[in-house]
Design a protein around this ligand. Structure first.
Ligand SMILES: Cc1cc2nc3c(=O)[nH]c(=O)nc-3n(C[C@H](O)[C@H](O)[C@H](O)COP(=O)(O)OP(=O)(O)OC[C@H]3O[C@@H](n4cnc5c(N)ncnc54)[C@H](O)[C@@H]3O)c2cc1C
Length: 437
């Protein structure tokens, strides 16, 4: 089925299975755990909870449809590492890699268990270096990490099809995830196991207590535990207002390429890439051969006063931002200069000052779990969050205590309108993107 270019929908939708809407929440209900947000964090948490506690009543409230947020609108690369965490400490580096590897493995195992193995492809992702000094340092890093048992490969410039590339490191464990396809399959699986999923049920108010009351326009759920799985949308619910910056990221996709054009791209056999520039550009080949491409300049990212997000390409002032993203795509891949763009959309990132995400438990009564602030690098981590939050719910903190995201407190961002002014000054004067430090 065709999708209009400016519908503000990602093509992941065209490559995902059929979806039947779940019912709205109507009237009062009770649950043991209420999860707000039907993205990867929310449904992975529901999945892990129902596996471990099949007798507990679990409810998911989603404002629109499952995958409406970043999980259904992203660049598609499922990657190792935690944004914002340096790899200088060998012990921490090993631990972080082993942890994010678990997140990637969850992408594979959940896709299989929910009957959509094609949603996941472990075909490797590249990090492209566009300057020779950085390429030299990156090659040394590949060797250093190999010494820690972390498999990365160095690909010299001659084997790459990117204009201006000086080399790339390839992570063979990384890959592509059509998270929307996975989420729709997880939704069917969870409904079949008795999880109450309510779509088109935006949460309007949360009242904490030993029993948390979560209200939507036409219903209310009381439960002993609340899970905030709303990433960049969370400040709008009154939580993490000082530490989380909702940021819009603009993305586009080409029409499907044939196998020969894909082979000529020069991606070293990998399925995705990102570059080393501060205003990071990234891309991924979908299963149908579309090239999804985003970022690549401050036009690729945007922050609005009050955090109103996301905007379609048809909104006033948006079109030239999408044109800039497209220009970057054509710059990197001159071979794609005549390939039509068929999709333009945007999604909401949750950015923190130091880029590190947080997973933990808090609230006035110690019964509010959260996992958020992935800073644009969240597919593996949001899947992993389901495992982490289920452990924390069960009181089992030990496996996660030594990880940088465990109970992490975000550094405060300035209040509005200083925040907006600071963002404009920072991005315009320095040319740097707040997505990367
Ligand atoms: C353009 C873009 C490109 C990206 N590319 C990559 C990439 O290539 N690799 C990578 O690892 N990461 C990438 N990311 C980041 C990754 O997509 C996210 O970190 C991850 O999907 C976050 O999942 P989540 O479930 O926590 O949040 P989301 O997917 O945003 O889900 C939150 C959900 O909460 C719902 N919600 C919000 N408010 C309410 C409310 N009041 N009531 C009920 N429901 C509510 C929303 O509708 C949404 O469905 C990208 C993100 C974007 C936007």
């Amino acid at each position: 089925m065709a999708q209009p270019i400016d519908s503000n929908e990602s093509p992941w939708r065209l490559e995902a299975g059929h979806d039947e809407p779940a019912p709205r929440l109507l009237g009062p209900a009770r649950a043991d755990v209420t999860i707000v947000g039907g993205g990867l964090t929310g449904l992975s948490t529901a999945y892990h909870l129902v596996e471990r506690f099949p007798e507990r009543r679990i409810a998911v409230l989603e404002a629109r449809a499952v995958g409406n947020g970043a999980s259904g609108r992203n660049g598609g690369q499922i990657l190792n590492w935690i944004n914002g965490v340096s790899d200088r400490d060998p012990e921490l580096t090993r631990r972080v890699h082993a942890t994010t590897r678990q997140g990637i493995e969850l992408g594979a195992s959940l896709s299989l268990a929910c009957g959509v193995p094609e949603a996941f492809a472990q075909e490797g992702c590249l990090e492209i270096y566009t300057n020779s000094a950085r390429a030299e340092r990156a090659q040394e890093r590949v060797e250093r990490l190999a010494g820690l048992g972390i498999p990365l490969e160095w690909i010299p410039a001659g084997r790459l099809g990117f204009a201006g590339a000086c080399g790339a490191s390839a992570d063979p464990l990384a890959g592509r995830l059509n998270a929307l396809a996975l989420l729709r399959a997880m939704k069917r699986n969870l409904l079949g196991r008795g999880v109450a999923i309510h779509e088109h049920s935006p949460v309007e108010r949360i009242e904490e207590g030993r029993q948390v009351r979560v209200r939507t326009e036409r219903g209310e759920i009381r439960s002993s535990t609340l899970v905030l799985a709303t990433n960049g949308y969370t400040p709008a619910l009154g939580y993490f207002r000082w530490g989380l910056l909702p940021m819009q990221a603009r993305v586009l996709a080409t029409r499907p390429l044939d196998a020969e054009s894909v082979a000529q791209l020069g991606w070293g056999g990998c399925v995705g890439f990102s570059d080393d520039l501060d205003r990071i550009a990234y891309g991924c080949r979908t299963a149908a051969g579309r090239i999804v491409f985003g970022g690549g300049g401050n036009s690729g990212y945007g922050y609005r006063l009050g955090g109103r997000l996301p905007a379609a390409a048809t909104e006033p002032g948006e079109r030239h931002h999408f044109d800039a993203v497209e220009a970057r795509l054509r710059h990197y891949f001159p071979r794609l200069r005549d390939v039509p763009i068929e999709h333009r959309w945007s999604g909401v990132l949750g950015i923190t000052l130091d880029r590190v995400c947080s997973m933990g438990i808090g609230g006035e009564h110690g019964n509010v779990l959260h996992a958020l602030g992935y800073s644009g690098h969240g597919l593996a981590l949001a899947l992993l969050a389901g495992r982490v939050l289920t452990d924390l719910y069960a009181g089992d903190h030990a496996p996660w205590r030594d990880l940088p995201f465990y109970q992490r407190r975000f550094r405060p961002l300035p209040p509005e309108p200083l925040r907006w002014a600071g963002y404009q000054a920072y991005t315009r004067l320095t040319g740097r993107s707040p997505r990367r430090g």
